[in-house]
Design a binder for this molecule. Structure first.
Ligand code: ADP
Ligand code: MG
Ligand code: ZN
Length: 479
């Protein structure tokens, strides 16, 4: 068999995190009873007029600047005409001729190293409503709550060559949007959606093969499976001497196969024309300059800073910056306890473990960083054992309790009270005459046995160091 290369370009839709829709004042909140976030504009009533939401333009600009795009300072909205029940105007307001951002790139990292993926354009558009097919009642219902929710569509050049690169690119975009505060990019809720354009060609060939477009992909795993499935399907066709048909296909993740939805439509099929209800948008130099100056720190910069300021490894800094929300919690903890490395360990071990155990997303983690910082300091001052601190942290993580008073109240504080230590030591030695003889006879291994017994008895109220010291002294005395 010949060697084939996969060529992939993505069209990614990202729902913008504005409070209201792109052309009316309706709420963009996810969920809600059907057709309650609607008005004459977003249900396409004749005579209603759209008014552009300034925040949408600002978010699109932020995204474009972060992705190294050229900004079209004079841009326009166009009507994309098609009939479908989830689209009440019979056209979608989008941008074809003069999209707001063009010719950018983002850098991805895969096992093979770093690579630039070029971005053809980013344009603003409105989302459609949702059709709900009720097979039981044999009818279809429509919910216009999503109609008019602002989107940016990010169109890449066909620069990706594998599922790994595609996932890395999507993760990069998602992380960037989250850091910018432009979108939460939840694949399950559909606030980030990717259409995969894929073709194959013989290795060494200069020209691209015919591509298909796959829709209905709502998880990274589904995307990876769809890419492998479609690649195999196209290679099989070519090997049989048949041609790949340019079409839109729907991936069925349960069956792990795709089927043709419709033949590929061209821009001309949509009879695009500038929307006469909306004025062109002029973006001033001053606006761009202001946004550039106020652009937040993105992940790569943060990762760099953690290495320089906190002395963390690149790997640790990478892990801690994966989510903006978590990185902010980490930073606050690190600054408050004054020990960034210890704080990093707590996050990478305990916080991530508890999140995984309980299946929580970063935004669902609600403990106060100051509480973890207090706990870290208590461990450092040897006021609580590391083991007890971990248990107390579970309480902090779950109920955000104040660890200082909790430790006091539950008698978990290490008492440097030698009376208790002395008492316990004598008791343990008395209870274990056999091992004591062995220890006195020079059997060093038994030392650990006594330390363990002591720690258990003291329930973390003394530090292992103090226990070791007391035991050594006592044995010397008895020898
Ligand atoms: P359309 O607007 O008709 O969907 P575009 O030319 O804008 O088509 O391309 C859409 C997407 O398809 C882009 O992400 C692009 O990178 C990708 N693409 C175009 N040609 C190919 C190809 N031969 N193989 C894989 N992807 C392709
Ligand atoms: Mg397209
Ligand atoms: Zn509305």
């Amino acid at each position: 068999m010949k060697q084939y290369e996969t060529v992939i370009g993505l069209e990614v839709h990202v729902e913008l995190a504005t409070k209201t829709k792109i052309f009316c004042g309706c709420s963009t909140e996810f969920g809600g009873a059907p057709n309650t976030h609607t008005c004459p504009v977003c249900t396409g009533m004749p005579g209603s007029l759209p008014v552009l939401n300034r925040q949408v333009v600002e978010f699109a600009l932020k995204a474009g600047i972060a992705a190294n795009c050229r900004i079209n300072q004079y841009c326009r909205f166009d009507r994309k005409n098609y009939f479908y029940p989830d689209n009440p105007q019979n056209y979608q307001i989008s941008q074809l001729y003069l999209p707001i951002c063009q010719d950018g790139w983002v850098e991805i990292e895969t096992s093979a190293g770093k690579k630039k993926i070029r971005i053809h354009e980013m344009h603003m558009e409105e989302d459609a409503g949702k059709l709900i097919h009720d097979e039981w009642e044999d009818c279809s219902l429509v919910d216009y709550n999503r109609s008019g929710v602002p989107l940016i569509e990010i169109v890449s050049e066909p620069d990706m060559r594998s599922a790994e690169e595609v996932i890395a690119y999507l993760e990069k975009l998602r992380c960037m949007m989250q850091y910018l505060g432009v979108s939460d990019c939840k694949l399950q809720e559909g606030s980030m959606r990717a259409d995969v354009n894929l073709s194959v060609r013989e290795v060494g060939s200069e020209t691209f093969g015919t591509r298909t477009e796959m829709k209905n992909l709502n998880s990274f795993k589904a995307i990876a499976r769809a890419i492998d499935g479609e690649r195999e399907r196209q290679i099989e066709l070519l090997e049989m001497g048949r041609a790949v048909v340019q079409e839109t296909r729907r991936w069925d993740d349960n069956k792990e196969s795709s089927h043709a939805m419709r033949s590929k439509e061209d821009a001309k099929d949509y009879r695009y024309f500038p929307d006469p209800d909306l004025l062109p948008v002029h973006i001033s130099d001053e606006w761009i300059a202001r946004l550039k100056a106020s652009q937040p720190e993105l992940r790569e910069e943060k990762q760099q800073r953690y290495q320089e300021e906190y002395g963390l490894s690149a790997y640790d800094a990478g892990l801690l910056t994966e989510s903006r929300i978590l990185s902010e919690k980490y930073e606050e903890t690190a600054d408050l306890c004054g020990n960034p490395k210890k704080a990093a360990n707590w996050f990478m071990v305990e916080v991530l473990r508890l999140m995984k155990d309980r299946g929580l997303e970063p935004e669902q983690v609600t403990f106060t960083p100051g509480h973890l910082a207090d706990l870290i300091q208590m461990v450092e001052r040897k006021e609580v054992s590391a083991q007890n601190a971990k248990k107390v942290f579970e309480k902090v993580f779950e109920e955000d309790i104040d660890p200082v008073s909790y430790i006091e109240e539950h008698g978990l504080k290490i008492v440097e009270d030698t009376g208790l230590l002395e008492e316990t030591l004598q008791k343990i030695l008395e209870e274990n005459p056999g091992p004591l003889q062995e220890l006195l006879g020079g059997k060093e291994k038994v030392f650990g046995f006594f330390v363990g017994k002591m720690m258990k008895e003291l329930k973390g109220k003394a530090s292992p160091d103090a226990v070791r010291e007391a035991l050594t002294k006592e044995i010397e005395k008895r020898k």
